[in-house]
Design a protein around this ligand. Structure first.
Ligand SMILES: *Cc1c(COP(=O)(O)O)cnc(C)c1O
Length: 387
């Protein structure tokens, strides 16, 4: 928990509080709120994107990999946030894209990504989605025997670039069954192995053990004569510091953990597929306080932002840091425990529970932190809300 005063507090290089006002890239959020009120009928809530924070997050991966001389592709997982502006920014900074369906593939293409820089994963691939990927020479991730046979049946007579998927769960026996199938099919070209361990991973040992398994499998496959195998994808899943200043591993820590083994296998290109750790910390949701209320022993702050913009608390009980964007005009400036809830007709519509906040005045701005990943992209129009 943060201490009683967050004044002068730097959440990161680009978000800080000075004299009780929250700033993003030197812009006072309260001023932004005021100017939106002048031009929009319904100016609240809104997301604030920090391009510099996004750039820093990309750089944490890219410059470390470049410095170490590790061949790599940094594939942004589009599903985390498909705002075209984000896609342009990641593309301009040398990232590739990881998509889970044809719509995301099309968006990546529309943003100017070339097919070979797009990896299309997903466990149910429709014919149009495969055709789009194959026509544009995207890499296609195969996630099961079912998926492989389905792709092979659908892509003829096009040329497909297949990329096998391996997890701890993919048995060697299954791999052995699949390899001859790929070998016999002139349209399939095995170029690498892929894994994705999960989400919000804060333990590098998981990645490290997986790397050993993957390197073993790649060696095995190469011995079988698959000479085009050149990519090793470790997927995404690195967590971020939602709780503010917790020690969780950074992208630099992750890369340092795998660097020696990647350098020993310097014919391989390391693919990473982060979503959350690129965009998560670059976005705030700015809401307005509708009022405070009390039920029995609990105090609530009701805001105009809700689960339709930030569903992670309702869905996973996830924690997002909350902060007033301006000093309170209330006489009482003592922090108290509040549940911060939205106006949607669902008990689960909350943004935070038991948060120590200064009681805000009506109309005060309240920011929800780290909403760049899996918030806007999971947004909804429930209750006819505009999103
Ligand atoms: C969702 C997903 C990612 C991104 O995961 P993050 O937790 O956002 O880093 C990467 N690769 C694949 C295959 C995914 O499905």
């Amino acid at each position: 928990m943060m201490d009683a005063s967050t004044d002068g507090f730097h959440f990161s290089k680009h978000f800080h509080v000075t004299d009780g006002f929250l700033y993003c890239e030197g812009v006072r959020i309260k001023s932004l709120q005021d100017s939106l009120e002048d031009v929009l009928d319904q100016p609240s809530p809104f997301y604030v994107y920090s391009k510099q924070q996004l750039a820093d997050n990309i750089d944490a991966y890219k410059s470390t990999l470049e410095k170490l001389g590790i061949k790599h592709l940094l594939g942004y997982a589009v599903k985390a946030n498909y705002n075209p502006w984000i896609l342009k920014t990641v593309r301009d900074r040398g990232c590739t894209a990881v998509t889970v369906n044809g719509h995301e593939t099309q968006l990546a293409l529309d943003t100017g990504m070339i097919g070979p820089n797009i990896i299309y994963n997903g466990n149910g691939k429709s014919r149009w989605e495969l055709e789009l990927a194959v026509d544009n020479e995207c890499m296609i991730g195969v996630d099961s025997e079912f998926d492989l046979r389905h792709i092979a049946d659908n892509v003829h007579p096009y040329l497909a670039t297949g990329i096998g998927d391996s997890k701890f769960g993919l048995e060697d026996k299954l791999l052995n069954d699949l390899l001859p199938f790929i070998e016999d099919d002139v349209y399939l070209n095995l170029v690498g192995l892929h894994c994705h361990l999960g989400s919000t991973i804060d333990n590098l040992e998981t990645f490290s053990q997986c790397l050993d398994v993957m390197l073993d499998k790649i060696e095995y496959i190469k011995k079988k004569g698959f000479d085009n195998v050149q990519y090793l994808s470790m997927g995404g899943g690195l967590g971020i510091d939602y709780k503010i200043h917790e020690t969780i591993p950074s992208p630099v820590d992750l890369i340092n953990r795998v660097k020696d083994r990647m350098r020993m296998n310097n014919d391989l290109c390391l693919m990473l597929e982060p979503g959350r750790s690129l965009v998560g910390s670059a976005v705030l949701l700015i809401t307005k306080v509708i009022g405070c209320k009390k039920n029995r022993n609990k105090k609530y702050i009701v805001v105009d932002g809700s689960m339709t913009e930030v569903i992670r608390p309702s869905m996973y009980g996830a924690y997002h840091h909350l902060e007033l964007v301006e000093p309170t005009q209330n006489v009482c400036k003592q922090r108290e425990a509040f549940d911060v809830v939205g106006p949607v007709c669902e008990c689960a519509d909350f943004l935070g529970k038991d948060r120590w906040l200064v009681p805000p005045h009506e109309g005060c701005g309240l920011a929800v932190f780290d909403v760049g990943a899996y918030c806007a992209s999971m947004g909804s129009n429930y209750n006819l809300r505009v999103s």
